[in-house]
Design a protein around this ligand. Structure first.
Ligand SMILES: [Zn+2]
Length: 106
């Protein structure tokens, strides 16, 4: 059976051990908070990039500003593929290409 003194010494050792564990936990917690803040800002950047890409895709699919028609099926859902005096369009409905002469700079 341990004496009161021995028990107190054991308790003191345990308190010291818990204190050092607590300080490690605090360091880990602040490292994690830093990591979270980095990830949040990275996430914001990705969201912004995503938005920019979505807008690019939107403008890409709406590139047929002058409602040119597919020469094969008449669709106006055209995706511009080459932009020169004669513009090549590929039709999203029939997949065929149409060459349309455009005299306006887009
Ligand atoms: Zn077509």
């Amino acid at each position: 059976m341990e004496t009161i003194e021995e028990q107190l010494l054991l308790l003191k050792d345990r308190v010291i051990a818990y204190k050092s564990e607590l300080s490690i936990c605090r360091i880990n917690a602040s490292a994690l908070a830093y990591m979270i803040s980095n990830l949040e800002s990275e996430n914001q950047n990705i969201k912004h990039e995503n938005l920019v890409l979505k807008e690019k895709i939107e403008s890409f699919y709406h590139a047929n500003l002058y409602s040119h028609q597919c020469k094969h099926c008449g669709s106006v859902k055209l995706k511009k593929i080459i932009c020169i005096a004669d513009t090549f369009f590929t039709c999203l409905d029939c997949k065929k290409e149409s060459i349309i002469t455009i005299d306006t700079v887009m």
